[in-house]
Design a protein around this ligand. Structure first.
Ligand code: ZN
Ligand code: ZN
Length: 291
């Protein structure tokens, strides 16, 4: 208890403006269910960028959130979650559950304060900016479960590709990585691989060409069209994985202190235009915004 009620106090947020481009504005204190928490940092994700110009003006993006609870705990917020009981959830396809799209971070992570449906406490050794990696890492851990072990090629070695590389190396795989930007590429494959994961648009052809007969291609991005003939003739397995589940969030938070991951470029909300430019031009591997 104690302290003034926060109602009617405007919340500074990055919202989609009338032309669709994100800009700084005040929004109403978030209402409704969920716990009111103070945002400390929020990662800018490729999936946020895809919503610019698509979501309506006034929308607040951001789902890779570290926040402080009213009782002073630092937490990573759980993004969407399935119901846990329907046939899709039980089959491991939580992100296709009918309840999955329900809002869990209101209005969105790029706001000073949000209402959160669920969260997990962060270890003290993980700082606020690195804590925002919990959500994308959870998505990657879930995707990695669909990849056979052994020689694995990462196609698109940006931030998500690096997360895959770190996770796969930790489990003992022989990891290769290619990228259309030469400066981002990792070790080039020296022969066919057992599996390839597509982390960037347009990478499906590269992945299909790289895997051995009977191999697996994991689509972790909307990767363009997948050529049917080699999938058929070489009996490839093509699987998709999108988003995370609460179980993978728990695993990600526990794993974060152990992984060597790229450093974020941290900018205040005020510099959102610069953040978008950096993201679009490949000038930063990962951008984290802070209120
Ligand atoms: Zn994301
Ligand atoms: Zn469900």
């Amino acid at each position: 208890m104690g302290g003034p009620a926060p109602y009617d106090t405007p919340v500074r947020a990055v919202v989609l403006g009338p032309e669709g481009e994100p800009e700084l504005a005040d929004v109403a204190e978030p209402d409704g269910p969920g716990e009111l928490v103070r945002v400390l940092a929020c990662g800018l994700c490729g999936s946020d960028m895809e919503k610019i110009g698509v979501w309506p003006p006034g929308a607040v993006l951001g789902h890779e959130v570290v926040a402080e609870t009213a009782d002073g705990r630092r937490v990573a917020l759980v993004h969407h979650a399935g119901c846990g009981t329907c046939s899709r959830c039980l089959a491991g396809h939580e992100s296709t559950c009918e309840r999955f799209p329900e809002p869990t971070i209101v209005p969105g992570g790029f706001a000073e304060r949000v209402r959160a449906a669920a969260h997990l406490e962060l270890p003290p050794s993980v700082d606020d900016a690195h804590g925002t990696y919990a959500e994308p890492l959870a998505c990657v851990l879930r995707g990695a479960e669909r990849l056979p072990r052994g020689r694995v090629l990462v196609v698109g070695n940006g931030f998500i590709g690096r997360l895959f590389g770190a996770v796969l190396e930790l489990r003992g795989d022989d990891v290769f990585a290619v990228d259309r930007l030469a400066a981002r590429a990792g070790r080039a494959p020296n022969g066919p691989v057992a599996a390839a994961v597509v982390c960037a648009p347009g990478g499906a052809d590269t992945a299909v060409a790289a895997v051995e007969p009977g191999g697996t291609v994991l689509l972790f991005a909307d990767a363009g069209s997948v050529p049917a003939a080699p999938v058929y003739r070489r009996e490839l397995t093509v699987v998709g994985s999108r988003s995370a589940s609460p179980r993978h969030m728990t695993e990600a938070v526990a794993l974060l202190p152990e992984l060597a991951l790229p450093a974020p470029t941290v900018l205040p909300f005020e510099r959102v235009a610069e953040a978008l430019h950096l993201h679009r031009t490949g000038g930063a591997l990962k951008i984290v915004l802070q209120p």
